[in-house]
Write a protein that binds this ligand. Structure first.
Ligand code: PMP
Length: 392
């Protein structure tokens, strides 16, 4: 059984509430952007008028009223689904475990983009699966390298049916796989008989408002898509979905039923009501604009504090929550954790995102949840921690 790192290890601020710490660690949305009065009125009505249903057990299906809310979100990135393909989850973390338990046998190998969201590796390992990294080049996941890896694993007698990826505004790098690469990836997946697990919490949070077609939209029969309301609405409702090829949906549904009996009817009804009355556009546009501003504040502060061409390399992300800093000389960034704590700033060391401790020379900064007036100060503290960690 895999025990470390835990998925919540990337969210230290949930556990440590030191007032003066500026956290660039956890991937948390900024819920000050939610229209709380409106949501409160909608929830209150749901309980008053429909409480006997909304607070009862329900069936292991996505509520009929929530289906249009999901199809609306998915269609914005070219995704296609129907109620028959949908399986409710309590967020994509649960979806990842359901996939690992339902779609592979213990001992099988899951191919994984790395660096990757640590909760994915933890879920697959909890399901008894082994992980192998997929080759990457300067443009991200490399379909030709993928083919070589699968052929090699097959020659070694290993069963490899699943590929996990987070192709849009990836956690932790912020990178997006190009539309051309996506087409080639799906061709290679078809040739090799691979099923793609597409984890897409951030796809709608592109700062220029543009989207890249999801893999699911390119080939719905070859992709198990993990969707979540955590980043476009709020994670506290613990509500997400899997959009799977119809022949796999029932196996996934059985597993989720074993996990929780049913999804939360109240959470599903809250989201369906918000979509029907208010719609997603205003909220998502608000998140995008706020995160774009914070991305700019963080990138500008990094440029003036660290300079381009110095010890650290990074790309300016075009969407999502994260900025990935890599040390040019390969220093283990864990050495900066204690100085950062002493200066009152936090980050997540890169090794958390490796499947075998790799990427220790990088670190992840999250800009979505830091108060914007404190971002420059946080970066200055980080730069001071880098100086202390280098000289010490
Ligand atoms: N996948 C990725 C890539 C994530 O970044 C996260 C949350 N940080 C999750 C899955 C899990 O999200 P949730 O369970 O809240 O839907």
């Amino acid at each position: 059984m895999w025990t470390d790192p835990r998925p919540t290890a990337e969210m230290p601020q949930l556990f440590e509430r030191a007032d003066d710490v500026i956290s660039f660690a956890g991937g948390l949305p900024d819920l000050d952007l939610l229209p709380l009065e409106e949501i409160s009125a909608q929830l209150s009505r749901l309980v008053r008028v429909g409480g006997r249903v909304a607070l009862q057990y329900s069936t292991p299906h996505v509520a009929t009223s929530l289906v249009p809310a999901i199809t609306d979100l998915m269609a914005r990135e070219g995704g296609r689904t129907t109620a028959r393909n949908l399986v409710p989850t309590g967020g994509s973390q649960m979806g990842l475990l359901a996939v690992g338990l339902s779609l592979a046998e213990p001992g099988e190998t899951v191919l994984c983009q790395t660096p990757a969201y640590p909760g994915a590796a933890a879920a697959f390992r909890t399901a008894g699966l082994t992980l192998r990294a997929v080759p990457e080049d300067a443009h991200g996941l490399d379909p030709e390298g993928l083919r070589d890896t699968v052929l090699r694993l097959t020659a070694e007698g290993r069963t490899t049916r699943l590929l996990y990826c987070n192709p849009t505004f990836q956690n932790p790098t912020g990178a997006t796989l190009s539309a051309e690469r996506r087409v080639r990836l799906m061709e290679v997946a078809q040739e090799l008989g691979l099923l793609i697990i597409e984890d897409n919490p951030y796809g709608l949070l592109g700062f220029d408002g543009r989207t890249t077609p999801t893999l699911q939209g390119l080939d719905p029969e070859r992709v198990v898509y993990l969707g979540t309301f955590s980043k476009v609405f709020a994670p506290g409702l613990r509500c997400g979905w899997i959009a799977a090829p119809e022949h796999l949906a029932d196996a996934l549904r059985r597993t989720t039923e074993v996990m929780t009996l049913s999804p939360s009817p109240l959470a599903q009804a809250a989201l369906a009501t918000f979509h029907a009355r208010t719609g997603w556009t205003g909220l998502i546009d608000g998140y995008r604009a706020a995160y774009r501003e914070r991305r700019d504040l963080m990138s500008d502060a990094l440029e003036s504090a660290l300079g381009r061409g110095g010890d650290w390399h990074w790309e300016r992300p075009c969407g999502g929550f994260y900025l990935w800093l890599r040390h040019r000389d390969g220093a283990d960034t864990a050495r900066f954790a204690a100085p950062a704590a002493a200066h009152g700033v936090s980050f997540v060391p890169g090794s958390h995102f490796g499947i075998d401790g790799e990427h220790a020379d990088a670190l992840r900064l999250c800009f979505s949840n830091a108060p914007k007036e404190r971002i420059a100060e946080g970066v200055a503290r980080l730069a001071a921690a880098f100086r202390d960690g280098t000289s010490g």
